[in-house]
Design a protein around this ligand. Structure first.
Ligand code: ZN
Length: 292
C-alpha cells in the first residue's frame, strides 16, 4: 500500500478523516476495496494499525454490504440521476443507526448528472456530523470543479505504476508519480526522470517550449550547457508529450518527426547544444507549438 493510503487509514483510525474524499486513477476495483476498508476502519470496534479487525459486527456487515450506515450509489444505467441522489440524501440526514460513521461510497462519480451533482453539492456543503463521502472516479476532471475543490484528492496509481513506486523505496511520492506521468508510463524513462530530478526537467522543457512558442532564439541560451544524456532525456520526454498531444489533436505529427530526428542526430556524437538549436529552428519555421 502506498504512503498516501496508509495516511488515510491512520486519519480514519484517529477520527480525523476528511469528510469528502475523491478517489481517482487506477482501477475501480481497487478504489472500491479501499473505500470499503476505510468504512470498516471508521466503524470497527477495534481497529489496529494493520487495519480493521475483520471480526466485529460492523466489519462483517460492511464487507457483506449490509451495514445500515454505509451507502452505495452507482449509476442505474449510464448516469447517477437526481432521484437517486435525493433518495440518498434523505438517508444521509437520518440519525446514525448503529455505526460510528455514515459512509457513502459513490461509484463512477463522474457519471452524476449536473442536476444531481448540484443536489450532491448541498450535502457536501452542509454534511451531517460523522459523515464521510467517498467519490470514486477514473478521472478527477470528470467531477464538477465546485465539488472537486472541496474534496481531498486521492490518486490511485495503476498496477504497473504501483509496482514501480513500491520498488523505489524512500523517494518523494508526489515527485515519483509526476515522473511516471511524464514518462508516458515507461518505467525506465520514469526512473531516469526521477534520478535527474523532476522540477529541473520540467523547467527545462518549459523554457524550451516558451522559446519555440515565441520564436525567440535568444531564449534558448538559458537552456545550456547540457550534456548528451540530459539532452537525450529531455528529447525523450518531449517525444512522449508530443505523442500525447498528437493523440489529442493539439499537435501536428511533424513535431514528433523533428524530435525523432534530433534524437537520432544526438546519437551520432553531435554537440547536444547544436542538436537542440537545430530542433528549435525547425519548430520555429513550421510555426508549431510544442504541445501542452
Ligand atoms: Zn472490526
Amino acid at each position: 500500500m502506498n504512503l498516501q493510503l496508509a495516511l488515510l487509514e491512520k486519519a480514519a483510525r484517529e477520527n480525523r478523516l476528511a469528510h469528502l474524499l475523491l478517489f481517482h486513477g487506477g482501477s475501480a476495483l481497487y478504489q472500491r476495496k479501499m473505500a470499503l476498508r476505510l468504512a470498516q476502519i471508521l466503524n470497527c470496534s477495534q481497529p489496529t494499525p494493520e487495519g480493521p479487525c475483520q471480526e466485529c459486527y460492523a466489519c462483517h456487515k460492511i464487507i457483506s454490504e449490509n451495514h445500515p450506515d454505509v451507502f452505495w450509489l452507482k449509476p442505474l444505467k449510464t448516469t447517477i440521476g437526481i432521484e437517486q441522489v435525493l433518495t440518498w440524501q434523505q438517508k444521509v440526514y437520518l440519525k446514525h443507526y448503529e455505526g460510528k460513521y455514515k459512509v457513502s461510497i459513490i461509484e463512477q462519480a463522474d457519471s452524476v448528472t449536473l442536476l444531481a451533482a448540484n443536489a450532491l453539492l448541498k450535502v457536501i456543503e452542509e454534511p451531517p456530523e460523522r459523515t464521510v463521502i467517498i467519490l470514486c472516479a477514473q478521472n478527477a476532471e470528470g467531477i464538477l470543479p465546485t465539488i472537486q475543490s472541496r474534496a481531498q484528492l486521492v490518486y490511485f496509481p495503476d498496477l504497473t505504476e504501483e509496482n514501480w513506486l513500491t520498488g523505489l523505496g524512500e523517494v518523494d511520492q508526489q515527485e515519483a508519480v509526476r515522473a511516471f506521468s511524464l514518462s508516458g508510463k515507461n518505467q525506465d524513462l520514469a526512473t531516469a526522470i526521477l534520478e535527474h530530478g523532476v522540477p529541473l526537467l520540467q523547467e527545462w522543457v518549459e523554457k524550451f517550449r516558451n522559446a519555440v512558442e515565441e520564436k525567440d532564439f535568444l531564449k534558448l541560451y538559458a537552456l545550456f550547457p547540457i550534456d548528451k544524456n540530459q539532452a537525450a532525456l529531455y528529447l525523450q520526454v518531449m517525444a512522449v508529450q508530443t505523442q500525447e498531444g498528437i493523440q489529442k489533436g493539439s499537435i501536428l505529427p511533424f513535431e514528433l518527426l523533428a524530435i525523432g530526428k534530433a534524437t537520432d542526430v544526438l546519437r551520432q556524437q553531435v554537440n547536444p547544444r547544436l542538436v537542440i538549436e537545430v530542433l528549435a529552428l525547425e519548430l520555429f519555421q513550421k510555426g508549431g507549438t510544442l504541445c501542452d
